[in-house]
Design a protein around this ligand. Structure first.
Ligand SMILES: NC(=O)c1ccc[n+]([C@@H]2O[C@H](COP(=O)([O-])OP(=O)(O)OC[C@H]3O[C@@H](n4cnc5c(N)ncnc54)[C@H](OP(=O)(O)O)[C@@H]3O)[C@@H](O)[C@H]2O)c1
Length: 296
């Protein structure tokens, strides 16, 4: 156990606490720091060391994992420490922010002699250290490889490139699919609810649709649209976009008539209509990507 790499965790919200707990369970000497120190109590009871200051936390390990609400919180914590405390450290920030903020942060860290690895962690706290958990990492590969075994305690380590912004680009791409898919389900549940039906009646159909989308069968649209985007060709012979733009209008009417929120339905209608107006009416649905890439 004593041969495990010491690690520091800064930020003990739901996620940081789960991470520090996973390091402790794997036998890593674990130092923690949080703005609200009482959040460390349970971890200290399990063997973690509570640092008296961020500088002391950084000094306790060669690698520091940060899990904070955003990147500003990192500056709030580390921006006021003695700059010498950062020199030679590897910071692994697994907080959410925009890709551009990550790039800025990598420059800020380098200016203090530290290496910043950025990461987008793709599971909720109970998934930390569990099979299937993975994290998109970006930044210098050598620094990541030096600490790979430690970071693998949290999840699979997927290095996606040296541009420090990439971790959030991938993370936000995935989170957008996650949130918009589930929000569509909430709208569907609300629509059925206006007719006195619970979502359980719809659930088997939704399960089938989601499985079909990812399949290689005739309804395997994820594969179909991926190929179309890669090739830039959007055949619409069997289901043209104009027909679907008219259908999207009907969904707005259905939601409005039912008295439920029309926000996402209106956004879809706007995108489809814009692609139709741009001359893609006879093409397929995938042609919408053209107005997503170049908004009119
Ligand atoms: N929870 C999830 O399911 C999940 C999944 C994937 C990624 N993430 C990402 O992981 C990060 C942490 O999420 P979480 O669920 O742990 O959030 P959380 O429970 O709200 O914890 C937020 C953490 O940020 C600290 N913090 C906020 N503002 C601060 C400031 N100005 N100065 C110092 N510390 C500050 C908080 O300190 P205090 O305790 O003092 O308030 C706390 O440690 C986020 O970026 C989130 O997007 C979360």
């Amino acid at each position: 156990m004593a041969t495990r790499e010491p690690v520091t965790v800064i930020g003990l919200g739901a996620m940081g606490s789960a991470m520090a707990g996973a390091f402790l369970a794997a036998g890593h000497p674990t130092t923690v720091w949080n703005r609200t120190p009482s959040r460390a109590d349970a971890l200290v009871a399990r063997g973690a060391t509570l640092a008296a200051s961020p500088a002391e936390a950084l000094a306790a390990a060669g690698v520091t994992v940060l899990s904070l609400v955003d990147y500003q919180a990192m500056y709030d914590i580390l921006g006021t420490t003695d700059p010498a405390a950062l020199d030679g450290r590897v910071l692994v920030n697994l907080s959410s922010d925009s890709p551009e903020r990550l790039r800025e942060a990598a420059r800020w860290a380098a200016g203090h002699g530290a290496e910043l690895l950025t990461g987008g962690i793709m599971v909720p706290p109970p998934g930390i250290g569990q099979p299937g958990a993975y994290t998109f990492y970006s930044g210098q590969k050598a620094a990541l490889e030096a600490h790979r075994a430690t970071l693998e305690v949290l999840s699979r380590v997927d290095h996606i490139g040296t541009d420090p912004g990439l971790a959030m680009l991938y993370y936000q791409a995935m989170l957008h699919i996650f949130w918009s898919t589930l929000t569509s389900y909430f709208h569907a549940a609300a629509l059925l609810g206006t007719a006195g039906t619970g979502p359980a009646a719809l659930r088997p159909y939704v399960d089938g649709m989601l499985a079909d989308l990812a399949s290689e069968g005739p309804m395997g649209f994820l594969g179909i649209v991926t190929r179309e985007i890669e090739e830039g060709v959007y055949p619409g012979g069997e289901n043209n976009l104009h027909m679907q733009a008219v259908g999207a209008e009907h969904i707005v009417h259905a939601f409005r008539d039912a008295g439920i929120d029309t926000g996402t339905a209106t956004a879809l209608r706007r995108l489809f209509a814009a692609a139709d107006a741009a001359g893609h009416g006879a093409d397929g649905l995938t042609s919408v990507i053209e107005v997503i890439k170049k908004p009119v």
